[in-house]
Design a protein around this ligand. Sequence first.
Ligand code: T46
Length: 402
Amino acid sequence: MRIELRYGKAKYISFIILDVLCLLLANVLASWLYLNHTETGGYTYTQYSPVVLIMVVIDILVTALLNTLCRVLRRGTQREIKEGIKHISVSFVLLAVVLFFLRAGAAYSRVTVFLAYTFYFLFFVGSHIVWKRVLQSLRKRPERKTAILMTTDRFVDEGIDQLEKLHIDVKNIWLLKNLDIKTIKDIDVVGTYEEAASVICWKMLDKVYIYGLDHHMVPGYLLKACREMRLKFNLVDFNYRIIEIKTIENKDPAMGALSFLEGKRDIPFPIRRVYWITKTEAERRRGFHAHKLNCQLLFCPYGVIDIILDDGQKRTTVTLDRPGKGLLLMPGLWREMVWKQSDSVLCVLASEYYEAKEYIRDYDEFIEYNSRYRDLADPLKESAAPETVPAESVSRETVSVS
Ligand code: T46
């Protein structure tokens, strides 16, 4: 609730007022129906009114404690019904407990209370659906689409630039690891993924973009929240990056150096496999394939290895010649490795388990595969970020592979 109040105070409060109004209306209707039209056993309006007051207090308490207005602006009818059931059944039980302790239950018409909560459930769901439509239609549409950018600290600047090229305004940034950074280029950084979900809802952002981050690294909570808000993930990918691996040189050069990589902190994908290639003679070539899914980080702790990368249009060579140089490879790149020095060691951290079917080992097939996704690869093209990727099935098949 604290987060909701931070990002959408007025809208959040309007929902609380709406709920209270619905509760009052439900009570008026229930008491009018029951007290006026049936044999009530002597129950009166005056008797009944303190119960309504207790109901209102309980209602506000339940909203705050169970956060039943969580992401209300963007949730679908199913979730609305679920929250309605949760809210009303907890309120009902709490009211029963309060009346029990006040020893006042017998003085009130239980049928009226039951009827009131039934009407309240219908009003709760109905009014939320109508009110969020009203708020959405009142929203002043910004000239450019707005988005939250999910990325790592390493790629955040590039990500902002890429979205700038797509004419998208980055309103908030969510970083894979929380670095206690408050703003980047005057854009607010949200601290937690709960906050990210809340920002998307209450600021009514149009898009969610992921840059340089394997979708597996997006926490399940956020995936679920976006799915519930019917927001798809838009993936803007690069195909490779050279990264610096942290290396500590010993003061005494004879003692050497220590390089290290830390899972979630340095690698923008989950590490499912580690392998290394040894005992290869100079000028030998390996590779000659591309991956459909696998993201990798390559480094060479000993020796010199040329990595030739081919995106189907041009070839680039990256030389791994020191332990502190890493090469991050996204899927969809043809690679060949040339050993420039005998016994050089190639180490690889991979995002997927070994799966022979996930390799493309035929160059023509690679060109054909790549051309299907080329349009997606150009960040300046409107189609660069596939909008049709359902959050639950974000797949590398739909990701740009320039
Ligand atoms: C890559 C470059 C940089 C397995 O059984 N499990 C494994 O995890 C791997 C990596 C390979 N294998 C088998 C498959 C082949 O029968 O080991 C054999 C040699 O593999 P491959 O010819 O693919 O090796 P390279 O050096 O051409 O490619 C390797 C990786 O396979 C590839 O993912 O990107 O290193």
